[in-house]
Design a protein around this ligand. Structure first.
Ligand code: NHR
Ligand code: GAR
Length: 223
């Protein structure tokens, strides 16, 4: 069983830097899985070309083609279901998901959010951290529940905000130094059953977690 490769489905809306991190980590063996499908809700997402260049099947499901959020989500569930993914990964996916979608993949659905949750759920997180004069900012990997950016945080890592940072420079450092490292790490741990969510409890290597894992917990390959 532990020799089997996992199956991932990745949902994107844009550039696909986090997707690219998964492509690299599955190629170099840090994440023992195949990306079965990449879905974008936007036909112009640059990440689609990254997937195609890696030989990964892609599908565009435009939310504009559906009368309701529920109808859009039902189409996504129908597209994902046959691939029987171990994990469904939101990677810069920008549509709020309804209960029907969450329920279909509960416990197997992860997101990376560019803030130190519970600070700054929602959008424009880098600008908000700067506006509040935060000394530290970062990103969090969490299980997706119906509550927006409110599911249990599995791992979060931070960096120091520089005096001359603007939202763009800060976003770039959070992406390069944090997001592309912590998200593949969490996926590797979950596929290996080292990190689990059982009976409402986060468990890491047999211990119950009282708070999120941090950068100190990263395996050497993910630093
Ligand atoms: N869905 C649920 N139910 N729960 C979560 O925790 C979710 C989710 C869907 C996406 C990612 C999230 C983020 O990391 C995410 C978490 C989009 C919006 C948003 O307001 C907010 C948070 C996140 C993603 N979307 C607008 C909407 O009307 C559209 C914005 C746009 O298209 O630019 O869906 O930040
Ligand atoms: C990332 O910073 C991700 O954390 C964030 O959008 C960026 C996507 O970049 N996600 C959200 O804000 C979700 N609402 P990418 O497309 O290059 O991976």
């Amino acid at each position: 069983m532990s020799d089997a490769r996992g199956r991932l489905v990745v949902l994107i809306s844009g550039r696909g830097r986090n997707l690219q991190a998964f492509i690299e980590a599955t190629r170099d063996g840090r994440v023992r899985a195949d990306i079965a499908l990449v879905i974008s809700n936007r036909a112009d997402a640059a990440g689609l070309a990254l997937a195609q260049a890696a030989g990964i099947p892609t599908q565009v499901i435009s939310h504009r083609d559906y009368p309701t959020r529920e109808a859009f989500d039902a189409q996504m569930v129908a597209a994902i279901g046959p691939h029987q993914p171990d994990l469904v990964l939101l990677a810069g996916f920008m549509r709020i998901l309804t209960a029907g979608f969450i329920r279909a993949f509960e416990g197997r659905l992860l997101n990376i959010h560019p803030s130190l949750l519970p600070r700054y759920p929602g959008l424009d997180t880098h600008a908000k951290a700067l506006a509040n004069g935060d000394a530290e900012h970062g990103a969090s990997v969490h299980l997706v529940t119906e509550e927006l950016d409110g599911g249990p945080v599995l791992l979060q890592a931070s960096l120091s905000v520089h005096a001359d940072d603007d939202a763009q420079t800060l976003a770039a450092r959070v992406m390069d130094e944090i997001e592309t490292r912590i998200y593949p790490q969490v996926v590797a741990w979950m596929l290996g059953d080292e990190l689990r969510f059982v009976d409402g409890q986060r468990r890491f290597r047999g211990r119950s977690l009282q708070q999120p894992l941090t950068a100190r917990d990263l395996d050497p390959d993910f630093r």
